[in-house]
Structures are given as C-alpha cells and as structure tokens.
Design a binder for this molecule. Structure first.
Ligand code: NDP
Ligand code: ZN
Length: 351
C-alpha cells in the first residue's frame, strides 16, 4: 500500500509498505477523509518527537472499516467510523487512573505518526477497536467529522482544563483551528465575555462566529496591557492557551484573576523552562492554577462530540478553508499547514 511519510527530520515523501496486520481486538480502516495537523509539522520539521524514519504521517481520519479482529464485538467491515487521534490501551494502569492519553507512558496514548504508522495511508491499524473507534452518525459529513479527531477534542479539552463556568470571562490565546474550537467550547460552556487572541483575518472572523466578544491582536502590542484595558483592570476568570510559546504563560498568569485557571493544550517546542512571574502569581499565594494536557481519546467521548455535529450544536465546516479530492493531494495539504497562508484554517482531503 501507499502512504505519505516522514522519511527523516525535515524530509517527507511517498512510500510503499505492507498493509498492517489486524490483531484480535483491532481493526483495519481505509480513510474517507483526512486532515493534516500542526503537530505533523512539529513532528517533521521541528523534530518534536525525535528522529523517525519512514513513518507514515497523520492522525486525523474518518474512514471505513475493512477488517476486524475475532474479539471485536461492535464494529464490522463496511462501518463508517471516526478515529480519534489518541488511541489508548484501556487496560493500562494510567487509563485506570483516569489518564488514558498517557497509557504506556507520558503522552504515549498518541500512537499514530508517533509510535506507529499514521493514517495517511491506503489502510491503517486501530488498536482496541471497540474502545477506540466511534460511529459516524448518519447525516454528518465525513469532512466535518474529521475535525472531531483532534481539533474539537483538543480545543474543548483546553476549556475543560481551564474549568470554564457559566458567566466566566474567558481569554483564548491562539485562534488557529484548535483555539477556534476552544472558543466554541467556552461559548457552549457559558462564557460571558470571550476574548480571543490572534492575528490572521480569517481566523479572527471565524472566532467572532464561534462566539468571541473581543479580539486582541498580539502583533499590535502587549496582550496583557490590551486585555487589562478591556476588562477595566480586573483580568479574566479563565485562560485557554492554544498558541504562542513558553513566554505566553507569563502573560496568562498576569491576566488571570486570583482563583483563576489556565488550561494549556499548546505544544511547547522551544525553551527549557516555562517561567511563572512571581508577583503576578500572587507571590506564590494567588490561587492561580496552571493545567496542561493532551486530548482524551475513547469511543464514548468521541460519540458524544459527534452528537454535537448531529444536532447542529457545533458546526466544524467553518474550519475547512481548503478542500482537496484524492489521496495524491495529501502532500499539498500538509505543506499548506506548514506555510500557513493568511486564508488557511484547515485543509481536508477527501479520498
Ligand atoms: P495554529 O498555528 O494554526 O494556531 C496558532 C495560533 O496562535 C494562531 O492564532 C496564532 O496567531 C497564535 N499565536 C502565535 N504566536 C502567538 C503569540 N506569541 N501570542 C499569541 N498568539 C499567538 O495552530 P493549531 O490551532 O493547529 O494548533 C495549536 C497548538 O495545539 C499547536 O501547538 C499544536 O501542536 C497543538 N496541538 C495540541 C494537541 C493536544 O492534544 N494538546 C493536539 C493538537 C494540536 P496568527 O493568527 O498570527 O497565526
Ligand atoms: Zn494533531
């Protein structure tokens, strides 16, 4: 079979591999809709997960089951499924502790294009199919559903980590596709004032459509100053970080009210430390909590998220700015994600 792979750090290309084998609990799936992720860019061009050779990329796929193992009960060949980016081992001790995304070690629930071949292939393997596949609801388009694999659960997890409550004033830092889903999630959770930090025009427009009440452009001056002005010097109850770098935490702590929480889902690629500003952190006593996490996987959660699309409570189609038809366009779609042209939010490739 053909797959689009990381050949080594900084190098990608088409390769040929054997179709993966299906274990008794597993499934083999062929993709219907695929999307590249900013994380694929970190993986290849920033060496985020270290050296990988001829590893097929991709972790966002909706597909059709072609084979199931003898112990799989709920899925069969022909079923249309959403495949979460994170596919944990549900019997692991980490999963029993409530952190399935770290099953087998920190971040190790992220297997696709990390520890095993990803989904940018004619066929791919899913471990523990009954627990890790989710049904694609009737009437939900595969291209819209592919945003459920990673963008929606990651953005929403930032909102959960920040523990957004009704009426909270919330700031979402970064409004790429992940941050936009954090804006949508905070809105669903009842945020009142919802400040969104970004600069690209199309993302700003989408943030407004997903519920942002105020836009802060980080390229037009210090965001702490801008946000303190907007909130009459009070700051915000909750912050979700979905963009920026290690220095963003200092800004997030500074804009947070005492008792506030920061939920980070941004990948930190540079810098040895995340610095917490002493005075703004209440000289150690400000009750300002910082939480960071990888998105949770699992069928139950994914089917609940899919029901938001089914009922029209969430519309992911606004994220899809670039549509491609045909497997051969994967490379083009991935490179778009690397170059991030002004009008890009997310590309989708229909097979
Ligand atoms: P994008 O690159 O599309 O978006 C990043 C956003 O951050 C943009 O809005 C950008 O603004 C903004 N930004 C950049 N620099 C700053 C800054 N200094 N201050 C404030 N805002 C800034 O990324 P994605 O939305 O695709 O992904 C976001 C992050 O989430 C990535 O690091 C990705 O790897 C990570 N991720 C994490 C997952 C998890 O499970 N935790 C899963 C998936 C992704 P501008 O408008 O100028 O572009
Ligand atoms: Zn991703």
């Amino acid at each position: 079979m053909k797959g689009y792979a990381m050949l080594g750090i900084g190098m990608t290309g088409w390769i040929t591999k054997n179709v993966p084998e299906c274990g008794p609990l597993d499934a083999i799936v062929k993709p219907i809709a695929l999307s590249p992720c900013t994380s694929d860019i970190h993986t290849v061009w920033e060496g985020a997960i270290g050296e990988r050779t001829d590893m097929i990329l991709g972790h966002e796929a909706v597909g059709e089951v072609v084979e199931t193992g003898g112990m799989v009960k709920d899925f069969k060949a022909g079923d249309k499924v959403i495949v979460p980016a994170i596919t944990p081992d549900w019997g692991s001790l980490e999963a029993q502790a409530g952190f399935s995304m770290h099953s087998g070690g920190m971040l190790a629930g992220w297997k696709f294009s990390n520890f095993k071949d990803g989904v940018f292939a004619e066929y791919f393997h899913v471990n523990e199919a009954d627990a890790n596949l989710a049904r694609l609801p009737e009437g939900v388009k595969a291209e819209d559903a592919v945003m459920l694999c990673d963008m929606v659960p990651t953005g929403f997890h930032g909102v959960e980590l920040a523990d957004v409550q009704y009426g909270d004033t919330v700031c979402v830092i970064g409004i790429g596709p992940v941050g936009l889903m954090a804006v949508a999630g905070a809105s669903l959770r009842g945020a009142s004032h919802l400040l969104a930090v970004g600069s690209r025009k199309n993302c700003i427009q989408a943030a407004k459509e997903y519920g942002a009440t105020d836009i802060i452009n980080y390229r037009e001056g210090d965001i702490v100053k801008q946000i303190m002005e907007k909130t009459n010097g009070k700051g915000v109850d909750k912050v979700v970080i979905a963009g920026g770098d290690v220095d963003t935490f200092a800004q997030a702590v500074a804009i947070l009210k005492p008792g506030g929480r920061i939920g980070n889902v941004n990948y930190l690629g540079d810098g040895a430390y995340v610095k917490i500003p002493r005075v703004e952190w209440g000289v150690g006593m400000g009750h300002k909590t910082i939480a960071g996490g990888l998105m949770p996987g699992g069928r139950l959660r994914m089917e609940k998220l899919a029901s938001l699309l089914e009922t029209g409570r969430l519309d992911t189609s606004r994220l899809l700015t670039h549509h491609f038809q045909g497997f051969e366009h994967l490379e083009e779609a991935l490179l778009l994600m690397k170059d991030k042209p002004a009008d890009l939010i997310k590309p989708v490739v229909l097979i």
